[in-house]
Ligand binder design. Sequence first.
Ligand SMILES: [Zn+2]
Length: 351
Amino acid sequence: MQIVFSEAQRAHAPQRFLVRGEWKPCPEKPERAQLLLDGLQPAGTDFEIMAPNRLSDEVIESAIAAVHVPRYLAFLKSAHARWKELPGSADLVTPNMHPRNRSDHYPASVVGQAGYHLQDTACPIGADTWTAAYASAASAVHAAQLVLDGRDAAYALCRPPGHHAYADMAGGFCYLNNSAIAAQYLRRKAKRVAIIDIDVHHGNGTQAIFYDRADVFTASVHADPSSYYPFFYGYADETGTGEGLGHNINVPLALGSDDAAYHAAIRRIIDETHKRNAETVVVALGLDAFEGDPLAGLKVTTRGFEEAGRLLGAMQLPTVLVQEGGYPAPELGLNLRAVLDGFAAGRGEAA
Ligand SMILES: [Zn+2]
């Protein structure tokens, strides 16, 4: 399988993360990319690792702009420099407030704009955040292009991740919604695309971006949001709106659920994906459902990830796998390898 990753994705390195009122070391750190890459060694014939350098910046920027609104992108690009001009500013753009019911007014101040565009404190903006987020999105677009060119599947090692990012808001370590950008890009050829999100957290940004659309089916299995991030979204009764009604499915699982529950949810989502005649699939590949993940939501094993990969491979549809969550644990790379090996095995089975 072809693996797309840019060294520029390592540049974003937030140090702090607010947990129950305490600043803790941020788990979404550059080390994640290395752990994932280590899982793909030796590269050899199974994996070919490449940088996303084939497409022009114009193509990448237009793919990003097809999902995110102009003023949010302008904010992400400029916020840190503008913030540093403020007297006494800290190194990272971090919001003081999160307006719950935003008015029509858009503040000129970067402090106000930070409140507007950053939905929580897990997505601060440093000097290199835009560079890394852009490179992460470029990896997703490049992987999507490989599939448009006729490759059966490709994997984008996206870090920072993307599925909590909305069209105009960052959140939960995510700035640009890489899975959504890939899915929208695939629409250049495919009439119907499905995003299957197997991260332990609900893909709330992805859901919101496609909520009123029938051409991109969104489905997510995750830990029950009534007691787990993102808390306000990911419930089973969120099924889409307007033309998108019936084209969003959430399968929340009780905290601590095991492989059997995870696989049953994925099987159901695959069944619903086929019913909607999806031509191409984006897998929002979070590995944080792992039993040893520091974010501790579900109890999926390494063997369980292999089986999840097998189920997804056996769909026999062109697939872009986009890395989402999965936090530093010794098995992180093994779990990626397990999904990709399982996927290849699933592809080998009769449809
Ligand atoms: Zn996650």
